[in-house]
Design a protein around this ligand. Structure first.
Ligand SMILES: Nc1ncnc2c1ncn2[C@@H]1O[C@H](COP(=O)(O)OP(=O)(O)OP(=O)(O)O)[C@@H](O)[C@H]1O
Length: 309
C-alpha cells in the first residue's frame, strides 16, 4: 500500500488556482520529488498533504489517514520542514529542539540528532546567529525530532552553497536509509536528478509527468549527442544510416550526431574502418533539463524566472 496517495487535489486562494489537478502516490522508503517552477503549486500540495491546508477537492491519504480528519494522529507520524522557519531570533538551538520534542509522544533524543546533523557545537547558539546552512540543518532536525515515518522537505537547499547542498543531500540519503519515506519539493533539476527515486513534474498546478529521473529523460527521446571534428570529409548520409542514429548535422567543422546508446559504437566503428580520426570527440547524455522542456514546453529556469515576482 502506498504511504501517500493524492488524487485529483485542487486548491485555490481567491481567484488564484494554486493546485488545479495534482495526483501521485509515494511508496514506503522512497525519496519522491515534486519538481516545478516557482508558483507551480508544490508548496500548497505538500501543505495539504501535511494537513496544514484544507483542499477544495480531491482525496489525500497519508499512512492510511485523512490529513484533516486525523490531523492529531498524523502530526505524530509526519515531519515537515517548511520553507520559512517560524523560530524566534533569540531561541537557542537546544531550546528549540527541547520545545519541539515536547510535542511528540515518542520523541527522538535531540542530542543524537544534533550530533548527526553536525550541530553539536551549536547547541547553545542563538537561532539568529546560525549560518543559512546551519538554520537549514536545524529545521531538518526539528522535522525529525518526532521520529517521523514520513518526512516532507520544502526547498531544503535553496540559498545554500554547493558544498552545503551536497552535505544536505547526503543527510537526506542517510535519513532514507533508516526507512523514512521522504517527499522533497524542489525547483532544482540537479537536486531531483541526484536524490529522487521518482519525480512528479508539476507545472501550472497540474502533474505533467511522474517517473524515475531516467524514465523522464528517456521519454524526452533525445538520447545521446555525439560531436567531433573528423580528420577527413565524411558523408553525413552514410552516418545517418548507421544503427541507432536519428540525426546528423554539420555545425561549421563539427559533426553532430544524435541517437540512442547504439549510435556511439556504430559511429566509432564507421570512422575506424575509414581511418578517420574524431578530434575533440564529446558525448553528452540527454538530461532531466531536456525532459522538462519536452514535457512542459519550456526550460525550468525560464519558467522559474518568469514566475518570480
Ligand atoms: N496563502 C496564499 N494566498 C494567496 N495565494 C497564494 C498563497 N499561497 C500560494 N499562493 C499562490 O498559489 C500559487 C502556487 O503557490 P505555491 O507556493 O503552492 O507554489 P510553489 O510551486 O510551491 O512555488 P514556490 O517554489 O515559489 O514556493 C502561486 O501563484 C502563489 O502565488
Amino acid at each position: 500500500m502506498p504511504v501517500i496517495e493524492v488524487t485529483k487535489l485542487r486548491k485555490h486562494y481567491g481567484a488564484t488556482v494554486a493546485v488545479d489537478e495534482v495526483s501521485f502516490t509515494v511508496d514506503a522508503g522512497e525519496i519522491f520529488g515534486l519538481l516545478g517552477p516557482n508558483g507551480a503549486g508544490k508548496t500548497t500540495t505538500v501543505e495539504c498533504v501535511g494537513g496544514l491546508r484544507v483542499p477544495d477537492a480531491g482525496e489525500i491519504r497519508v499512512l492510511g489517514l485523512d490529513p484533516q480528519r486525523d490531523r492529531a494522529a498524523l502530526r505524530q507520524r509526519v515531519g515537515m520542514q517548511l520553507q520559512e522557519s517560524e523560530l524566534p531570533d533569540l531561541i537557542k538551538v537546544w531550546e528549540a529542539l527541547d520545545l519541539y520534542s515536547s510535542y511528540y509522544d515518542e520523541p527522538a533524543d535531540w542530542r543524537l540528532l544534533l550530533e548527526e546533523l553536525g550541530l553539536a557545537d551549536k547547541a547553545a547558539t542563538l537561532f539568529r546567529e546560525l549560518s543559512g546552512g546551519q538554520k537549514q540543518r536545524l529545521s531538518i532536525a526539528l522535522a525529525l525530532v518526532g521520529n517521523p515515518e514520513v518526512l516532507i522537505l520544502d526547498e531544503l537547499t535553496t540559498g545554500l552553497d554547493p558544498q552545503a547542498r551536497r552535505d544536505t543531500w547526503s543527510l537526506v540519503e542517510r535519513i532514507r536509509a533508516r526507512g523514512v519515506t521522504v517527499v522533497l519539493v524542489t525547483h532544482l533539476m540537479e537536486e531531483a536528478e541526484y536524490l529522487c527515486d521518482r519525480v512528479a513534474i508539476i507545472a501550472g498546478g497540474r502533474t505533467v509527468a511522474i517517473d524515475t529521473p531516467a524514465g523522464l529523460v528517456a521519454r524526452a527521446g533525445t538520447g545521446e549527442r555525439i560531436t567531433f571534428r573528423p580528420s577527413e570529409p565524411v558523408d553525413a548520409h552514410l552516418l545517418a544510416e548507421l544503427p541507432g542514429v536519428t540525426s546528423v548535422s554539420w555545425h561549421q567543422s563539427r559533426l553532430v550526431v544524435t541517437g540512442s546508446g547504439d549510435a556511439l559504437p556504430a559511429v566509432t566503428a564507421f570512422l575506424a574502418r575509414r581511418q578517420i580520426i574524431a578530434h575533440d570527440l564529446r558525448v553528452q547524455q540527454a538530461s532531466l533539463d531536456d525532459a522538462f522542456v519536452e514535457l512542459t514546453g519550456r526550460p525550468l529556469q525560464d519558467a522559474t524566472n518568469g514566475d518570480t515576482p
